[in-house]
Design a protein around this ligand. Sequence first.
Ligand code: HEM
Length: 430
Amino acid sequence: MLARSLGHRVPARSARLARFSSARRVFLRGNSRNALVSRGLGLSESTVSNQSIFIFSRSGRTAQRFGTATFTGEVAHKSDKQIAAWLLGTAGAVFGMVVLGGVTRLTRSGLSMVDWRPEGSMLPRTDEEWRVEFEKYKRFPEFKRINQSMDIEEFKFIYFLEWAHRMWGRALGVIFAVPLAGFLLKGRIKKTPAKLPTRLPLLLLMGGSQGLVGWWMVKSGLEEPKDKRKDPRVSPYRLAAHLTMAVGLYSGLLWTGFTCMHPNRLAANAFSSVPRVRMFATSALGLVGTTMLSGAFVAGNDAGHAYNDWPFYAGRMIPEDVWDPDLKPQWRNYFETTGTVQFDHRNLAYITAPLVWGTYALARKNPATLPPAAVSASGIMAGFVAAQVGLGITTLMSNVPVWLGSAHQAGALTVYTSGIYLLHTLRYVR
Ligand code: HEM
């Protein structure tokens, strides 16, 4: 009965049904109703009957299955599963693109294509076309300084990876734009809680500019390094910017997708644990993001190939080169000195993981005043972060083989995804 009333205006008498349907949790919105909740679940019929009350299920499941009813003064929105699938599918493609980008970097393939055309290009087909591309590559420092012994077959492999990474980006544009055109024509892009008319152009802009940022990053690796002792490689700052933008785009797609799937917010001002757990979850997600950013500097400086013992740094508690006094300005140490970037990354992870576990502990302590999805999501995030720390240590101790480096990068995104989902389950009307 309750399930059938999903998203529809229901007469006040239905509230009585909710009251008797083993309602363990009642979420209310609006100051006038706070007082009612603080008196337990003593909903007064007269108050209810004077208001427009909507009863709908949470997280797309039926009220009966949860034994829960949700009351809110907000209009209850129906989920739009097609739009959600499109956005979440695009987010999945961004995930794949980030992992492929990691493989490209780890196999040192990223500098094999030395020019960039926004419209993209086909893979060379004839031997002559391959030879032309190889000759172009030979003019740049990576070949001259590192890959002089490379033959054309090896070149084809690294070229293919970089080409696939770039073409995946273009395919992503199509995956996003074609359904968008269809939804626009059908008038489906409406002002809903997902704020599609404002968010979609922003996401489009972020996706479009990612190609430019990628090329800006690659260009830095085609120049002769200022420090002659260093191998030619892309600027760690630009690598971090490229990864951060990809994560930003991914977050936007995920959040908007989840909102289309579960548009209704909790009216959680009646329950103290939701804001508190949300505060913890926000800090935990912020720290996951910061650890990821610091990981990009470990990757960008090839710092994973040093200090491959754990928990020490070549047998010491603090790496020997933790601060280079000659590096000017001094703050560059945080982003460019091998020992410092690795030290920062490890220690950020040691703060991040306990905070995620703390969030789970808090959620476990207050299960009756939280949506069940939030308790599960915090548990899943806690498990993922433990695995990620283990993966990071293994990656480091085995001197970053391609498959472990990629798994560690995918693991970071997985932890991040669970964090976004957790926060989304805790959206509430203030
Ligand atoms: C919350 C836990 C962690 C997160 C979210 C995280 C995230 C990341 C990210 C996003 C990268 C960059 C990957 C890339 O751009 O290719 C990275 C790199 C790296 N991380 Fe972590 N990490 C965590 C914990 C650790 C730990 C505990 C260690 C070791 C003690 C570690 C060791 C490394 C190493 C060696 C790299 C460089 C790998 C490469 O060159 O591709 N990480 N991490």
